[in-house]
Structure formats: C-alpha cells, structure tokens
Design a protein around this ligand. Structure first.
Ligand code: CP
Ligand code: NVA
Length: 345
C-alpha cells in the first residue's frame, strides 16, 4: 500500500456507526479546519473537476444548501435532482439508478426514506454516497452538531446531552449512538410510547461499553436535565409522518422551555440549546398557524423564549452543516493525504 494513504478515500458516509470514534473525531476537527480556511479566504479546491449528484426525495433547506456551497468551495460541480425529477424506485430500480449515476458522477448525496435505499445506492453506484437523512439516521448532521459542541466547550468527551422529543426518530437515534461513540453521556427524554427501538439500544450498548459513557432513556424531566450541558430538540412530526394529533398529545408536556434550563442546575455558561432545524417556535409558519388554531399552542417543541435566548446555538449549528459536509466530501472523495486518524483527545 502507498504510504500516501487516506483512510476515508472512496468510502460512503451512511451512518456514524460504520466509522470508528477516532474517524468521527477526525471529521469534526477537519470541519473546524475548513471553517477556519473559509473565514480566512484560503482556497481549498480538493474536489477540482469532480461532479456531484444531489438526490432529494424529501425537502431540505440546510442540507441542500450545504452540499451546493461546499461542492462549489471545493471546486466541484453539483447537480440537484428532486423527487419529481427522478425515476428512483418508481419507474427505475435503485440498483439501476445507482449504476447509471455512478457511471457519470464522482459522488452522490441521497436524502430519502428507508436506510436500505441509501445502502443500495452505495452498493451499486460504486462511488462515495453521503446520507443526507433517512428515516433512521442523519449522519452529516452529527458532524456539524459535535463540531458545534466542540466550538462552544473546547472538548466533547465527558459532556452530557439531553435529547427531548420523539425518541424514535432519526435525530434521537443519531445523537444517542454518535454521542456515546464520542464519550458523551446521552439522555433521551420522551414519553414511553416514543422510546428508542431495541435495535438502536443494542448499538448504543456496544458504544457505551467501549467509551465508558452512560445513557438514560426516561420520561422524567428532572432526571433527564439534571446537570446536562446540551438540551436538544427536534420537530415532533418528522418528514414522511403525519399524525400531528397523537404527537401533540404525547409531546406537549415535553416542550423545551426556560424551566428545563433552570431545572438542570447547570451554570449558565455550561449549558446550550440546540436544534437541527427547521423549528416550530412561533406561529410564523403554515403548520405553526394550524396547530395554534387547533390546539391553542403558539409554539411546539421549543418556546420562542428559549429559541431567542442566550442559550441558543442553533444558527451556528446550521452554518456548521456546510463546513462539516465539506469535510465529509473532501475526506472521502478528495485526493487528500490522511495517513492516520489517531486523535489526542
Ligand atoms: N437539519 C436539516 O437537515 O435541515 P434541512 O431539512 O433543511 O436540510
Ligand atoms: N426528524 C426530522 C429531522 C429534520 C432535519 C425529520 O426527519 O423530518
């Protein structure tokens, strides 16, 4: 093997669990480095001349924009294909689509429903495929989130993160597993009906054992927020779902509010609020208005007060999507020299 190896070269990024904790830490640090290069106007055309396909079966603001801007900054060309532009799975199998796109594009981003679809695309395209969100996982979001946490606290290991909301969704799964990989204590705060699936807990157990971090799955607010450093929430109803009535009923008691921050007992400069966005924190959206009319709620998963408070880091987190997606694309597709990923934590 050449001594100029790159341990990421040619690999797909489908779920964080497929990588080692050191590799995840490397991508976080590389993202911080690329953010610094961008801020200092230093060119970083690691993907000069490459072509990237962006496949979106679900809508997106941050992920799509991040891939487009990151590809441009890296010197690559990005082509967007939305759900109405593609035959994918309807008129043409994922296998055939993967073979065709892989023969033309150097890398493929895919946002869709089942995780097995993105896995199939990676298998048949033969080029790196990056998971831009599935029902099960949201791995590019993880690099941005723990990058943001590192920016704020200067380190990751040993911190505590509390996810509040639908404990079975892609964000809860991803934060639980990636957090434990990185040595973060994770609490999932959700009503019993929305506690994580056993197969996710099996993965969590494995990483908790390796890192020594602890996790709690609970419906008790006090237990979940005590001493935490991050209160994280997400929409109550994810893309592809539609049972608002049930979710409003189940999750109303778990709305993130100032009281949760007080209950944590954590010093003010040692606790932040995070949200992958989009968020329903007021009635300035179509769904927000409908929920207000039907249930009298002026905000859902987070109060406007928390969203606009001194704890709020969600917009830094959103910007970091771009830097981290850039790091993931550059590491897996760029001809970079990354000989080792042993991190001094
Ligand atoms: N957080 C996130 O994935 O945002 P988008 O749905 O806007 O891409
Ligand atoms: N759980 C949300 C995340 C959005 C970024 C969804 O899947 O819609």
């Amino acid at each position: 093997m050449s001594k100029f190896t790159n341990v990421f070269q040619g690999r797909s990024f489908l779920a964080c669990k497929d990588f080692t904790p050191d590799e995840i830490n490397y991508l976080i640090d590389f993202s911080l480095h690329l953010k610094d290069l961008k801020e200092r106007n230093i060119p970083h055309h690691y993907l000069e001349g490459k072509n990237i396909a962006l496949l979106f079966e679900k809508t997106s603001t941050r992920t799509r924009s991040s891939f487009v801007v990151a590809a441009h900054d890296l010197g690559a060309n990005a082509e967007f294909m939305g759900k109405n532009d593609l035959q994918l799975g309807k008129k043409e199998s994922i296998e055939d689509t993967g073979k065709v796109l892989g023969s033309m594009f150097d890398g493929i981003e895919y946002r869709g429903f089942a995780q097995k679809n993105v896995e199939e695309l990676a298998k048949y395209s033969g080029v790196p495929v990056w998971n831009g969100l599935t029902d099960e996982w949201h791995p590019t979001q993880m690099i941005a989130d723990f990058m943001t946490i590192k920016e704020k606290f200067g380190h990751i290991k040993g911190l505590t993160l509390t996810f509040v909301g639908d404990g079975r969704n892609n964000m809860a799964n991803s934060l639980l597993v990636t957090g434990l990989m990185l040595g973060v204590n994770v609490r999932i705060l959700a009503p019993k009906e929305l506690h994580p699936a056993q197969e996710i807990l099996d993965i969590a157990d494995k990483f908790a054992k390796e890192s020594g971090a602890k996790y709690i799955i609970t419906d008790d607010i006090d237990e979940a927020v005590k001493g935490t450093n991050v209160i994280y929430t997400d929409v109550w109803v994810s893309m592809g779902e539609n049972d608002w009535e049930e979710r409003v009923k189940l999750l109303k008691p778990y709305q993130v509010n100032m009281d949760m921050f007080k209950k944590s007992g954590t010093p003010d400069d040692q606790i932040i609020f995070m949200h992958c966005l989009p968020a329903f924190h007021n009635t300035n959206t179509k769904y927000g208005k409908e929920i207000h009319e039907k249930y009298g709620l002026s905000c859902m998963e987070v109060t406007d007060e928390v969203f606009n408070s001194k704890y709020a880091w969600q917009f830094t987190e959103a910007e970091n999507r771009m830097h981290s997606i850039k790091a993931i694309m550059a590491a897996t597709l760029g001809n970079l020299y990354i000989p080792t990923v042993k991190i001094n934590k």
